[in-house]
Design a protein around this ligand. Structure first.
Ligand code: PRX
Length: 640
């Protein structure tokens, strides 16, 4: 499935129009990109809106499509390339070797009592065993739920409680910028906190951080692997709509949602995106700098590239160590053709000596894809010129699993436009709607980016265990219309290019990491000194946004002295670190004696954010006490 095959499929606009007008015909064709054990009876079942079932009755398996299917043609070709600049390790697993390791892992899971439909929580650094575990779950029909290694015990506990896993797969530690980050103590604390305790914990011991084993619960991966070296574990042929995984993501409330994905639609959507959007060919190398704890890691480190028969690089390390050329060194060494990163990583590189970009042979690289947060024009221009390669922005969400807006060079060589992620992708009936009236807005007018259901294959099926929350959260925000809200603002120009203007809800995006301000507020409020608080996302030139906290203390006199203020600020940050992880830590904690609220008591977060960014806070006629704004201005160093 080369990029070239698709040219002639028509222009992107026609391609898109057909995907909406003839959904069944369009996706029936795409379904041929993967292997089916038994054919589907119906392409689409949309009898219970907004719930969507794709390829009903079809039987397939993600692990088969990612691994086994390629054995005949490329058993000895690279499949998983593991590089850790943290531990100075490089290991290449061919498709044959990857298959072996996945089967061994599947056999271990079986021995530990994991059955089809059971949940397995994966809390791991970027090591090959994490990918083995994901693929092993897919193989036996267990549902994996990967929790980002940067999250701490409280975040982990709430996910354990919601997923009620029978097994947790973890490791002694990760490593970041040369510093060992122990995982096991956080995991032990999380399991202590959780109501639903897993029967077993499978520990990969990297020898980085000594840890205590809980007798009867903690199992040693290396020892169990030895017992299953020659195991045979056939794939379970799953009905297309069985659950492949859940991945927790933040929204407006303090409780993360388990985004639930299917099997068949997921595999077809990723295979199609590899063909039309990423233009990756079998035998080539794909390099995504994301983490398996995020959706980009699921779709474009593990499943997408492997389904396409590509080798995929799994990288544990930062873009700056051992030097600022490391990413390009890997591109050269492994002849990477398709690369995927986030704007923050590029902004980090932009601060380094630009010659790092010209020291390596980048002739293999065709395109650099960037996603996860807004790509600002200067960064896009800088990296495009420095690399001399096309830069393709793409906009999507954990919920959709693959790009909503981008250009699809496998369909048509549509030019990119700086500042715009592009145009709606096939399958997405995208609209920009007025927040209150639900009417479509005109050209160059701001509206909520919404998708008219049915959602295409690969998108979330529901919220794990909570169909009602799925409908209420995503399909009930536009009055009188059953449409999916992305919770992003957007505009469209006269040529059909979209621009994303930020979130409509309280989700913030720090260095491409999606965080809920409400979770951070709840964590701060758990400190006994805090009466109430508000957290907002504030523009930052490096990370896109940072979290800024405003805290009202039960006893304001407590921070009268500057040393006391600094000490308490540190304590509150440490509380967030401990509960949620350093990734969620506010960049500053400001102490105030009141927060700007409406007369009905609603905190005016958008006004707080505007003040922090030195913008006009908008209509403040509903504010209860204008003195709150003056305090805010003073706190962030802006005069009233
Ligand atoms: O606000 C949008 C922003 O990130 C959100 C989704 O984050 P997450 O669920 O972590 O999925 C990331 C998948 C790439 C979106 O609602 N976002 C993502 N990509 C872009 C973006 N904002 C602007 N431009 C993008 N390319």
């Amino acid at each position: 499935m080369g990029a070239g095959d698709a040219i002639g499929a028509g222009t992107l606009r026609e391609f898109h129009a057909r995907s909406i007008a003839d959904r069944e015909g369009f996706w029936r064709e795409q379904a041929a990109l993967i292997d089916w054990h038994a054919p589907f009876e119906r392409v689409l079942d949309y009898s219970k809106p907004p719930f969507t079932r794709w390829f009903v009755g079809g039987r397939t398996n993600l692990c088969h499509n990612a691994v086994d299917r390629h054995l005949a043609a490329r058993r000895d070709q690279p499949a998983l390339i593991f590089v850790s600049t943290e531990t100075d390790t490089e290991r290449v697993f061919t498709f044959g070797e990857l298959h072996r390791e996945v089967v061994r892992m599947a056999a271990i899971m079986r021995e530990l009592g994991v059955r089809r439909g059971d949940r397995v929580l994966i809390y791991m650094p970027m090591i090959p065993e994490a990918a083995f575990a994901m693929l092993a779950c897919a193989r036996i029909g267990a549902i994996h739920s990967v929790v980002f290694g940067g999250f701490a015990s409280h975040s982990l506990a709430s996910r354990i409680d919601d997923a009620s896993p029978v097994l947790v797969v973890s490791a002694d530690a990760g490593s970041r910028a040369g510093k060992v980050v122990p995982y096991k103590p956080l995991l032990d604390a999380a399991i202590d906190m959780a109501g639903n305790k897993p029967a077993n914990v499978l520990m990969v011991d990297r020898g980085l951080a000594p840890f205590e084993r809980v007798a009867g619960r903690d199992r040693d991966y290396a020892a169990l692997r030895e017992r299953h070296l020659d195991a045979e574990v056939p794939v379970e042929w799953l009905e297309s709509n069985e659950v492949s995984y859940t991945l927790y993501t933040s929204g407006t409330t303090g409780v993360p949602k388990g985004v639930q994905r299917d099997v068949g639609g997921h595999a077809v959507a990723l295979a199609a995106s590899m063909k039309y959007i990423f233009c990756g060919n079998p035998g080539e190398t794909y390099f995504s700098t994301s983490d398996i704890g995020w959706v980009v890691g699921h779709s474009y480190i593990v499943y997408g590239p492997l389904i396409a028969g590509m080798a995929t690089i799994m990288y544990e390390g930062t873009p700056l160590r051992p030097d600022a050329g490391i990413l390009w060194q890997l591109v050269e060494k492994y002849r990477v053709t398709v690369m995927f990163s986030a704007p923050t990583a590029i902004r980090v590189l932009k601060k380094q000596d630009p010659s790092w970009l010209s020291r390596h042979d980048l002739s293999s690289l065709r395109t650099l894809f960037l996603a996860g947060e807004p790509l600002d024009e200067p960064t896009a221009r800088w990296i495009g010129e420095a690399l001399g390669k096309p830069i393709v922005d793409n906009y999507w969400q954990t919920e959709t699993g693959w790009p909503i807006l981008t250009v699809a060079h496998g369909v048509e060589k549509t030019p990119t436009r700086l500042g715009s992620p592009g145009m709606p992708m096939y399958g997405y009936d995208l609209r920009l709607l007025h927040e209150q009236t639900g009417e479509e807005v005109g050209v160059n007018e701001k509206g909520v980016v919404a998708i008219v259901p049915p959602l295409p294959p690969g998108c979330m099926q529901t919220v794990w265990g909570d169909d009602e929350r799925f409908v209420k959260t995503y399909f009930s925000t536009i009055p009188g219309k059953l449409v999916y809200s992305t919770f992003d603002w957007g505009i469209r120009d006269e040529d059909g290019y979209y621009f994303i203007l930020g979130r409509t809800d309280d989700v913030i995006n720090v260095a491409g990491h999606r965080l809920g301000t409400r979770e951070i507020e709840e964590s701060l409020s758990s400190h006994q000194a805090v009466a109430e608080c508000a957290v907002v996302g504030v523009a930052d030139s490096l990370k896109g946004q940072v979290a800024m906290a405003f805290v009202v203390l039960k006893d304001p006199a407590r921070v009268a002295a500057p040393e006391a203020r600094m000490a308490l600020e540190g304590e509150l940050m440490a509380t967030v670190d401990k509960q949620l992880g350093a990734v969620a830590r506010p960049s500053r904690v400001h102490f105030v004696t009141l927060l700007p609220k409406t007369r009905s008591g609603k905190v005016l977060r958008r006004s707080i954010q505007a003040i922090c960014e030195a913008r006009d806070p908008g209509d403040l006629t509903t504010i209860e006490d204008p003195g709150a704004l003056e305090q805010l201005r003073r706190a962030v160093g802006l005069e009233a």
